[in-house]
Design a protein around this ligand. Structure first.
Ligand SMILES: Nc1nc2c(ncn2[C@@H]2O[C@H](COP(=O)(O)OP(=O)(O)OP(=O)(O)O)[C@@H](O)[C@H]2O)c(=O)[nH]1
Ligand SMILES: [Zn+2]
Length: 201
């Protein structure tokens, strides 16, 4: 059977970044609770600003300074709420797909000197185990025609295009680096091809 997704509930959520309609999905690919926050009218529209955010409990909920996730989440919500319309997809792919337990173990390895990539490998995982077919199904379900992807990660764009999503352009989302996340961000730029620390045009 082809992968399938159901949009089970839509409800308005007022946030400090404005009001969004939250969509709650069930799907046949995994048993996770994937969410989309939608601003404005996106059906049959081109060039919709879209953020595909991967869950990071430590960054998103606790405000951990080890990574840039929490700040990126707030920044993306703000960007979308300032646009006419947009979508934030919150994918439950904690720890780049290895889950919270393994990510926390990876943090301890990073404190012993490994970087974020080698820590995953030491734990028997790939550097990045994420997969975006649920995101593609959500965009299809919202009938979005083409997107501007809010990301620093070119591999995310490639993955979406392979799934048939038309990415018209990339919108950067770079947070200010500080001492707790600088090495981590440098590793993302050097080993994971993230577009970071580029001179501003
Ligand atoms: N395994 C692992 N996962 C991490 C680590 N730090 C953050 N994450 C996870 O990384 C995911 C976010 O991926 P990032 O590499 O920050 O960014 P991205 O989504 O690829 O790219 P952007 O769209 O530019 O944000 C979230 O699921 C976090 O939980 C880490 O050190 N190890
Ligand atoms: Zn994070």
């Amino acid at each position: 059977m082809n992968p399938h997704l159901d949009d089970l509930v839509q409800t308005p959520i007022p946030t400090r970044h404005g009001e969004f309609i939250l969509h709650y999905y069930s799907n046949t690919i995994d048993d996770k609770e994937h969410i989309a926050l939608v601003k404005g009218d996106v059906a049959n529209q081109e060039n919709i600003p879209v953020r595909i955010h991967s869950e990071c409990f430590t960054g998103d909920v606790l405000g951990s300074r080890r990574c840039d996730c929490g700040e990126q989440l707030a920044m993306a919500m703000q960007m979308i709420s300032e646009a006419k319309s947009g979508v934030l997809i919150y994918l439950r792919q904690e720890g780049r797909g290895i889950g919270l337990l393994k990510k926390l173990q990876a943090y301890n390895l990073q404190d012993q000197g490994l970087d974020t990539v080698d820590a995953n490998i030491q734990l028997g995982h790939l550097a990045d185990e994420r997969e975006y077919s649920v995101a593609a199904l959500i965009l299809e379900s919202l009938q979005v025609k083409s997107i501007q992807l809010i990301t620093n990660n070119p591999k995310k764009i490639d993955a979406l295009e392979e799934l048939g999503i038309h990415v018209v352009k990339r919108i950067p989302i770079e947070v200010t680096a500080h001492k707790d996340n600088l090495d981590y961000l440098k590793t993302k730029a050097k080993k994971m091809a993230h577009i970071l620390f580029e001179p501003k045009k």
